[in-house]
Design a protein around this ligand. Structure first.
Ligand code: TEU
Ligand code: CA
Length: 561
């Protein structure tokens, strides 16, 4: 193959990011809620894992309707999480260890308790009125039929001014009006303030939704009670213009990692958001591979993904962005169930080996990998016993809407929640086998997964063949091997429902990645150039790379030519 042109090198392309959901990471003061000092305590653990960057889910002041994604003051720290001094200390301690910190930036909406909204509500003439999206009702009803992502209408009627405000998420998360230049100015100046403090980047919450189509037309009603707003709010008419402005006013002045959470992003759009030209963001989170197992009621389903579909999708992103934009790689985050329970096998027998296989499959691709807290331990979904055990607003609202309207039976909905609820990712980090998994000495805000007795950091850090040790190796490999970061990706065996096989190639270097996604032995005919060659990493006892390879259940092998 021709010399592969290396893409422009950047530190954030060569990094592995670790996402912390502070509420569930480590409680330092016994109130049952994770906090900033808890994170500082655990920086050495992250150093040991070898990650380069922390993405910190929101720590700003918030009434916690959506666990911090509803911000009432962007320049203050949530009391439950600590103080600004605690934050500064954490940042300094992280930097001391060579770990950078990326902040979550939630600016599609604020909390309804944000001072801007409190003002905005007061009167139609208030100077903050146009900071938000207010509309008159239509025939005594909502301005349009849009449903909120968290169920129910996307509009709330406000008596004071006899108008409705738009909230694509919860009622307590009114959408900001980005068409108002004052809003953009305020957001950019707040961002500059954080950059001056020395933070290392931003993960931008639903940034693809900041620009709405003029006229806010009704959406299609499918499988639910409300119209689908997404065609009118995702990748809207001015989103690129506003991000270019943000780039000019803020991002271009610092050396940052920026990643846009882009629900509904297509390849064409991603090439704009994350163009190599650096005019907008560094990379995007796309969600197509997370939506392949959706059913009639969108995410509420227990459908299993087909491996061919998964490969086709991830391969499309690998191929199409190469040389043009940069991918982010993830199986997990605070909104997704645990990957080992979803695409792997969380039984006693296969949990570890399948968690390692999934990690191999993702971490050997081109892009910046993200590890979500606990993923490096092979943490699993949670055996929730009743709807009262859920804390997540999305899960609770969906349960009520679907069950009470009779669209989904109670039993089915409970099964879907146990499989897909965001709370699967939000139970406390499992630090050790002691009470509450060592997360807190108090009463945890959400139940602890009872399997912490077997699955916990203390046990895994010291065991050479643990999931933790395996992640550590994968992360170190990426730091050593340029081909893992920048190499060209090529899919082999697209038709196989059992094996995910691909190569990475950079100049003289070539790697073969073989992953068995099944609990059966599967045979594979190794391409000649890899027969007898060196194994870089594998999740079983290393075997010789023969022409006819027999792969054990969930086996993963990376071979270097
Ligand atoms: O999520 C955006 C988003 O699109 C989610 O609604 C996602 O589709 C859903 O959670 C999957 O079940 C971001 C944050 O990551 C999420 O935690 C917030 O609740 C949401 O924005 C609102 O800020
Ligand atoms: Ca605490």
């Amino acid at each position: 193959m021709d010399e592969v042109k290396i893409m422009e090198k950047k530190w954030w392309k060569e990094s592995v990011v670790y996402q912390i959901y502070p509420r569930s990471f480590k409680d330092s003061n016994g109130d049952g809620i994770g906090d900033i000092n808890g994170i500082t305590e655990k920086l050495d653990y992250l150093k040991e894992l070898g990650i380069d960057v922390i993405w910190l889910s929101p720590v700003y002041q918030s009434p916690n309707d959506d666990n911090g994604y509803d911000i009432s003051d962007y320049q203050a720290i949530m009391e439950e999480f600590g103080t600004m001094e605690d934050f500064d200390r954490m940042l300094a301690e992280a930097h001391k260890r060579g770990i950078r910190i990326v902040m979550d930036l939630v600016v599609n909406h604020t909390s309804d308790e944000h001072a801007w909204f409190v003002e905005s509500k007061k009167s139609r003439e208030n100077p903050y009125r146009d900071y938000y999206i207010w509309r008159e009702g239509k025939d005594g009803k909502e301005p349009n039929n849009w449903g909120s992502v968290f169920n129910g209408s996307a509009w709330v009627y406000d008596e004071t001014t006899d108008m409705y405000y738009l909230h694509l998420f919860s009622k307590k998360q009114p959408d900001l009006n980005w068409d108002n230049p004052k809003v953009r100015e305020e957001v950019f100046s707040m961002m500059n303030w954080w950059c001056e403090k020395g933070i290392d980047g931003f993960r931008m919450d639903v940034i693809s939704m900041i620009s709405k189509v003029e006229g806010l037309p009704d959406g299609k009603v499918q499988g639910g009670l409300y119209g689908d707003a997404s065609p009118y709010v995702q990748n809207g008419p001015h989103v690129h213009e506003y991000l270019q402005e943000m780039n000019k006013e803020v991002l271009s002045k610092y050396d940052l990692l920026t990643v846009g959470e882009c629900a509904g992003v297509t390849i064409e759009e991603a090439k704009k958001y994350a163009s190599n030209k650096g005019t907008e963001l560094g990379m995007v989170f796309q969600f197509e591979h997370m939506d392949l197992d959706q059913g009639e009621f969108s995410k509420w389903s227990d459908k299993k993904v087909k491996l061919t579909a998964l490969k086709e999708n991830l391969t499309k992103w690998q191929n199409e962005l190469e040389g043009k934009a940069w991918n982010s790689l993830f199986w997990c985050n605070h909104d997704q169930p645990r990957v080992v329970s979803r695409f792997g096998n969380d039984s006693k027998e296969y949990r570890e080996v399948s968690a390692k296989m999934l990690a191999t499959c993702l971490h050997l691709m081109q892009g910046t990998p993200y590890v979500y807290q606990g993923e490096e331990l092979g943490m699993t979904n949670v055996p929730f016993a009743s709807v009262d055990e859920f804390k997540d607003i999305e899960s609770i609202n969906a349960y009520h809407e679907y069950v009470e309207s009779g669209l989904i039976s109670k039993e089915d909905m409970m099964r879907y929640l146990c499989y897909k609820s965001r709370d699967n990712a939000r139970t406390p980090m499992q630090w050790n086998a002691q009470k509450n998994a060592g997360f807190t000495t108090g009463t945890p805000w959400i139940k602890v997964n009872p399997n912490y007795v077997e699955i916990n950091a203390e046990e895994e850090v010291k065991r050479a063949d643990s999931v933790f040790s395996y992640y550590k190796k994968l992360i170190a490999l990426r730091h050593q091997e340029e081909v893992i970061v920048y190499g060209h990706y090529e899919l082999l065996l697209p038709e196989s429902e059992e094996l995910y096989v691909y190569t990475r190639e950079l100049n003289e270097e070539k790697l073969l990645v073989i992953c068995n996604f099944t609990d059966k032995e599967v045979s594979y005919a190794v391409p000649d150039e890899f027969v007898g060659k060196e194994i870089l990493i594998s999740n079983y006892e290393e075997q010789e790379i023969k022409q006819e390879l027999s792969l054990k259940p969930y086996e993963a092998i990376v071979v270097r030519r």
